[in-house]
Design a protein around this ligand. Structure first.
Ligand code: SAH
Length: 477
């Protein structure tokens, strides 16, 4: 570590900004967020405040003196933004006077550098790379932005307001720390993060005896189960909320279908329990999964139930949530990108299309026996795109059902396997060839998509089909 991270109170004096143009305005915006009084010296007379918060503008005064004569008294920091020789001269004087100075993109003349900042009010995260790579710092910032609940600053401010009065009632430092941990981890903290500040205030006000609160069960970390949809495979398709739940979890119960890259995003210290079944391999059973979730929550754990795609699309999420509700366990549900939407985006299959495909049906045909239960006659609508989950082994039955219901053997179809993963595969063709296409993708998981919209897809456009069946493409256009 070559640079010591510190937080500077710029309101104790003024900040001298040297230089003009967009670089200087960018610094003004940061200074404005920190409520600094700025004295701005621009050699070229460029004091354009375009894009700067009007409040910051009112705290900005223009210093017209010769820079050699600028008085550094009361200056807490000097920033030089693209100010050339003049900037370097002011920077040298600042260094000699012991005033912190930053010359943009010039480590040799700077005594401090600007970090990438995540600003959540009272909570600020600063990321530095010692000036080596602002791009790396920015990427890290994006990740941290995604992880921090948006109201974390409110939580810090809430505690800041209450600390004097509570601390006056708890003499022992270790007890104080436990008290605040309990507030942050328990229901009061959750209320603040959910934007229910009033309920949080009421909760804290209701604590008559802080020591008893620490020892007792009131407000203790209560268990919670979050049902998280992991999406089809690409970890970047996790929602921000889903990622946060994974980073916050004590234990994660996951399906086999969830990709290793996503499991890598789980908090390192969290326990991981695979509970899913795989084709040909039984899992522990739905009842047992429900029981594990309930037990974890009752033990005060933050449990995540992580499922491929979306938990409410052929994911048995409904049953798990019912079991949690019956058991009186607190839970929440975070959606995921279901396989059909992953395939649509990756292979450019518009599931609906103006005037051509007005409806979409998701159905499952796990075994030929399931396929026999499907009411195929309901799927003859030419303006309906049909997506079949778990349909690989039943592909012959799907074909037979749709043909018997009167769909054309020339209807475009696609088999999309391992979508959004590095080894994804697609095979496209016509309904008549569906069973054959299903053998061409080297295994699952895969979905079948049946409907004219497949003729818009990238693999169709890239294949000879576009020429063999120009009428289909035209019909689709
Ligand atoms: N809840 C999941 C579906 C679970 S059922 C979701 O919303 O996507 C399992 C079936 O989902 C598989 O048989 C397959 O048809 C489909 N599936 C899941 N992940 C897939 C992927 N990455 N690519 C293609 N199909 C997938």
């Amino acid at each position: 570590m070559k640079w010591l991270p510190v937080f500077l109170d710029v309101r104790r004096g003024s900040v001298l900004l040297v230089g003009g143009g967009e670089l200087a305005r960018a610094k003004l915006r940061i200074l404005s967020a920190a409520q600094a009084e700025v004295r701005w010296h621009a050699t070229d007379g460029d004091y354009d405040l375009a894009g700067v918060d009007p409040e910051a503008a009112t705290r900005t005064t223009f210093d017209m003196r010769d820079p050699a004569t600028i008085d550094l008294g009361g200056v807490v920091a000097v920033l030089c933004a693209g100010a050339g020789e003049v900037g370097l001269a002011v920077a040298a004087r600042a260094r000699a006077a012991g005033v912190p100075v930053n010359v943009m993109d010039d480590l040799a003349h700077s005594t401090f550098i600007f970090p990438a900042i995540v600003d959540r009010g009272d909570v600020v995260v600063a990321i530095g790379t010692g000036g080596a790579s602002p791009v790396v710092a920015r990427r890290l910032r994006e990740r941290i932005e995604a992880l921090l609940p948006s109201r974390i600053g409110d939580l810090a401010a809430f505690i800041g307001r209450w600390r004097p009065s509570i601390n006056a009632r708890i003499a022992q430092p270790s007890l104080r720390r436990r008290f605040w941990e309990r507030v942050v981890d328990g229901s009061i903290g959750a209320e603040v993060l959910a934007g229910r500040g009033d309920a949080a205030e009421a909760g804290l006000r209701a604590i008559a005896d802080p020591s008893a609160f620490v020892g007792g069960t009131q407000g203790a970390a209560e268990g919670h189960v979050t049902l998280v949809g992991a999406g089809p495979g690409d970890p970047d398709l996790l929602t921000v909320k889903g990622l946060r739940a994974l980073q916050d979890a004590d234990v994660v119960f996951h399906d086999e279908l969830v990709s290793p890259e996503i499991l890598d995003r789980i908090r390192r210290d969290a326990a991981r329990v695979p509970v899913g079944r795989r084709i040909g391999k039984p899992g522990i059973g739905q009842e047992a999964v429900n029981r594990l979730l309930i037990e974890a929550a009752r033990a005060g754990q933050r449990a995540v139930r992580l499922k491929g795609g979306d938990g409410y699309v052929f994911g048995r999420g409904g049953e798990e949530v019912n079991a949690l509700r019956d058991a009186g366990v607190s839970y929440s549900v975070v959606p995921g990108i279901t396989a059909a939407l992953g395939a649509a985006a990756e292979f450019e299959v518009p599931l609906t299309y103006r005037h051509e495909a007005r409806r979409v049906t998701f159905l499952t045909a796990h075994k030929a026996a399931d396929a026999a239960d499907v009411d195929w006659s309901a799927l003859t609508d030419l303006e309906m795109t049909v997506v079949v989950y778990m349909g690989m082994t039943a592909a012959p039955a799907v074909r037979a059902g749709l043909l018997a219901a009167g769909r054309s053997p020339l209807t475009p179809v696609g088999v999309f396997a391992r979508v959004t993963r590095p080894n994804s595969r697609a095979a496209v063709g016509v309904l008549d060839d569906l069973p054959e296409l299903a053998t061409q993708v080297d295994g699952g998981p895969a979905i079948l998509v049946i409907g004219d919209v497949v003729a818009h897809s990238a693999p169709w456009r890239a294949s000879a089909l576009a020429h063999q069946h120009p009428n289909l493409l035209m019909a689709a256009e």
